[in-house]
Every structure is written in C-alpha cells, then in structure tokens.
Design a protein around this ligand. Structure first.
Ligand SMILES: [Zn+2]
Length: 240
C-alpha cells in the first residue's frame, strides 16, 4: 500500500522512507514490541525523514531502536535526533569508528554536519537478533563495502535490508577505506546461500531478483579486481 511516493508500505508494517538526493533510504518496521528504524540517513535529510515518519503515523520518539547498516555519514547522519530516546545499534566494527569520530572512515569530510558525538548503545555481532514479535531481524555481517557493513534479514518474509552491500541490478558500490573487495565477494557469496525474497537497499530501487543481483555483483567485483574496463562503481549518486 502506497501512502505517498516517498513513503511506501512494502510489507505489512514495513515502510520504505525514501532518502532525498544522496541520503540513504530509511526503513521503518512497526513491531509488536518495539519499533525499528534501519538507517537514519543524512543529517540534512532529517526534516524529510521526520515528515515521512509522520505520514507513516510515527513521531521521532516512537522509534525504539535505530540500526545502522554501516558507518557511512549518509546512513548515520540523523542518529543524533534519535539517540536520546532510542537505542542505536551497529556492528561493533562500525560502532568503534562512529564513537571514535573516525571521520576518515565515516566520510564526514564529504560534507554533512554532525556536531554532537554519536552514540552506539548496542554493538552487534553476526547473527544477533531483534525479536519484535511480528518480525524477527537477524544481523548478517557482510564486510566489503566497509568493515562494519551488515545486512538485516527478516526471517518471516525473507526480506533482506542491504544498506550499501547489495543494490538492484548488482551495481557495485564504492569499496570504502575500511572495506575490501575480497571481503565483499565472500560476503555476497554467503548471502547467495540464503533464501531471499526481496532486497531493500540503502539507495535506489528495491529488487525481487536477488539471485541475479548477487551474481552480477560478484562478477562486477571480480572484474574490478582484474582492473577490467566498464565496471561502474556507485556510491553517493542516487540510483534509479
Ligand atoms: Zn556506504
């Protein structure tokens, strides 16, 4: 059910809150016990995020947990508006970079403003779970784009929130300072063993063809390792 082209209910009580420009998308999961926001997007995108939350029927204080898919500024930038009310969660490799204010890795040098120190209350590990009652979210550590990249697997619907790890069409994301193409290929190969109905990426379109997307992503990564021409690397540009 579409509530607005910027707010789409993808599954019952799972909403896409579209990011503007280079901001990542956010995903809202209304749980029986707790409400989760996956990625907060750019700091400067917050007014739009707040509006999208209201369209979905939520205030900022209704969010109980914010999960960051990785440590980049375009995914964590609006954490500061939530961190006094909600628990902020990230993989421990991302958490250390965020809480140490490692601007080289988080890429704040690229432009966004974020003055207060960001907090991470929950340092996640591979296979950590969030039991929301109606939905269960499992953390899958997928280093590659960054060392602290995770995907979030929803066990009931078999949907995968992929951050910048996997995009529709297998477009290869920028391999960041803390990332590795070898790790990336290994992570995607692991995801390829899972049953996934749809992928919900941090930028661009959602996809129902995860198998093909993963094959393409691995081919792109291998080609890039061999320095072949024609491999497109995408990060901040908005994916269509
Ligand atoms: Zn990123």
């Amino acid at each position: 059910m579409a509530k607005d082209d910027q707010v789409i209910e993808l599954q019952p009580n799972i909403f896409l809150l579209r990011g503007e420009g280079t901001a990542s998308h956010s995903y809202l999961i209304k749980g029986d016990y707790k409400n989760v926001l996956i990625d907060s997007g750019l700091d400067k995108n917050f007014p739009k995020l707040q509006k999208s939350l209201l369209i979905a029927g939520f205030k900022v204080r209704d969010i109980d947990i914010v999960i960051n898919t990785h440590e980049h500024f375009d995914h964590i930038g609006a954490n500061r508006y939530f961190q006094d009310y909600a628990l902020i969660a990230a993989h421990r490799f991302a958490a250390i970079k965020i809480t140490c204010d490692d601007r080289y890795v988080t890429m704040y040098k690229s432009g966004d403003i974020n003055n207060p120190s960001l907090k991470i209350h929950l340092w996640l590990e591979h296979r950590s779970c969030f039991d929301l009652g109606n939905y269960t979210l499992e953390v899958v550590h997928t280093p590659g784009h960054t060392s602290g990249s995770i995907c979030i697997y929803e066990l009931t619907r078999k949907t995968l929130f992929t951050g910048d790890t996997l995009f529709a069409g297998g477009t290869l994301s920028y391999i960041s300072e803390s990332g590795s193409l070898g790790d990336y290929i290994n992570s995607i190969s692991h995801l390829a063993t899972m049953k996934i109905s749809e992928i919900y990426p941090g930028h661009g379109a959602i996809s129902k063809t995860s198998e093909g997307d993963m094959q393409k992503a691995i081919l792109n990564a291998r080609a890039f390792l061999k320095d072949e021409d024609g491999v497109e690397i995408t990060h901040f540009q908005e994916l269509s």
